[in-house]
Write a protein that binds this ligand. Structure first.
Ligand code: XLS
Ligand code: NI
Ligand code: NI
Length: 442
């Protein structure tokens, strides 16, 4: 590998909570074995190429502030390869076993589709070598169907069939590359699949087109023998005002309507959940209830700002709640925790990239441990089970099993049950119990 891009930064080590070293893990010990698997295997952390290596700190009010020395070079393709060397050095030093990319993050677009495909192939070949040399794996790949101006009115839902055809060609290639690199999943985030106004939009037709597009992707995966999991990443708005993949519940309805539900799971992003007016944990529970929990885009928004700010999440309480739901659902399978999070515009030092990921990884690792403790203790599960215990026997059980009716239940209330006695939901009690685990050493 080329000369180090981070000569002063060592591989990040686990030093435990006693340390004051900012470039060390306090909770994430990749080698620690829990239940026969290492923490690295449990967490399956992944680095998002687009934020970590293509993010510049640009915002709508000004250009980028983050300048990296490796971004200089004679042509875009050689810079892309050099950048990738640096990225893999970072993946190793931060101890992340996976990374994720959009096609256009890793390789620049050419003047024609044929040229873009050739460039992507060349850079992917470089990635393959680096994966082999380092053992770092591809969690998922995806296609960027939103940056190029051709996609201004959408990709799969564009009103122009020419653009839809182009989008199909681009996704086909991105799937080829993901397969070639052993990607364990493939993500569909509906970039600009949505609309601004119904004055110019045929909503039904656009949704039909999106479904056709996804069916073609399913067919193509079969054709090439791509075994990775397909994931939809719901998001309610931004860039368009109304995105079709609003949230997990909306997507479940969409997938079932079009007979696609067997082929997809969800990649849930914290900031997208909150933009939809949900909690992160809510989206996880909705996906898990449908057997469609796939992977996590680990970040957070700023509740005072109404857009996708993609910040690193260090909120241990939020993550512990999310982790209990994930562990109860049996984990993420081929998914992982992908840091779809970017440095703030003012975080311009290279060390900031390390601090950001260390904080995110440590918060998730701590949340994992706290969630395990909560589940092992079983207090919440017992309390919740008790709350629903009236459905375990008698007429409650008949309601669940579908063996009773309005008429029978009416008779029961009129002749026997009468008025229910109030049963407290004990919300404050539950909140205090959570704090016992988070802060009081329970
Ligand atoms: C944007 C999305 C995007 C996807 C991948 O809001 O989070 O980054 O994760 O296309
Ligand atoms: Ni995302
Ligand atoms: Ni996002």
């Amino acid at each position: 590998m080329a000369k180090s891009a981070f000569p002063t930064i060592p591989a990040i080590a686990y030093e435990g909570t006693g340390t004051t070293n900012p470039l060390a893990f306090r909770h994430y010990n990749p080698e620690e074995v829990i239940d026969g698997r290492t923490m690295a295997e449990h967490m399956r952390f992944s680095i998002a190429y687009w934020h970590a290596f293509r993010g510049t700190g640009a915002d709508p009010f000004g250009p980028g502030t983050i300048v990296r020395p490796w971004e200089k070079g004679k042509d875009a393709v050689s810079v892309a390869k050099k950048r990738m060397d640096v990225a893999f050095e970072f993946f190793q030093k931060i101890r992340a076993p996976f990374y994720c990319f959009h096609d256009r993050d890793i390789a620049p677009e050419g003047a024609t589709l044929a040229e873009s495909n050739k460039i992507l192939e060349a850079v992917a070949a470089h990635a393959k070598q680096l994966q082999k040399a380092t053992g770092i794996k591809l969690l998922w790949g995806t296609a960027n169907l939103f940056s190029n101006p051709r996609y201004m009115c959408g990709g799969a839902t564009n009103p122009d069939a020419h653009v839809v055809a182009y989008a199909a060609a681009q996704v086909k290639k991105a799937m080829d590359v993901t397969k070639e690199l052993g990607g364990e999943n493939y993500v569909f985030w509906g970039g600009r699949e949505g609309y601004e106004t119904l004055l110019n939009t045929d909503l039904k037709r656009e949704q039909d087109h999106l479904a056709r597009f996804l069916h073609m992707a399913v067919d193509y995966a079969k054709e090439i023998g791509f075994k990775g999991q397909f994931l939809i990443e719901p998001k309610p708005k931004e860039p368009t005002t109304h995105q079709y993949d609003f949230d997990c519940a909306t997507c479940i309805g969409f997938l079932r309507t079009y007979g696609l539900e067997k082929h997809f799971k969800f990649n849930i992003e914290t900031n997208h959940a909150t933009l939809a007016g949900h909690t992160f944990q809510h989206e996880i529970e909705v996906a898990a209830a449908a057997g469609m929990l796939g992977s996590i885009d680990a970040n957070t928004g700023d509740l005072l700002i109404g857009w996708d700010t993609d910040q690193f999440n260090t909120d241990v309480k939020e993550l512990t709640l999310a982790m209990t739901s994930i562990l109860k659902a049996g984990g993420l399978g081929t998914g992982g925790f992908n840091f779809d999070a970017k440095l703030r515009r003012t975080s311009t030092d290279i060390e900031d990239l390390f601090h950001a990921h260390i904080g995110g990884m440590d918060a998730y690792a701590l949340a994992f441990k706290l969630a395990r403790r909560i589940l092992a203790d079983g207090a919440f599960e017992k309390l919740v089970a008790d709350r629903y215990a009236s459905f375990d026997t008698g007429y409650g059980r008949e309601i669940e099993q579908g063996t009773t009716s309005f008429k029978k239940l009416e008779k029961l209330v009129l002749t026997k049950l009468g008025e229910p006695t109030p049963k407290s939901g004990r919300i404050e009690f539950f909140q205090n119990l959570l704090n016992d685990y988070l802060h009081n050493g329970r």
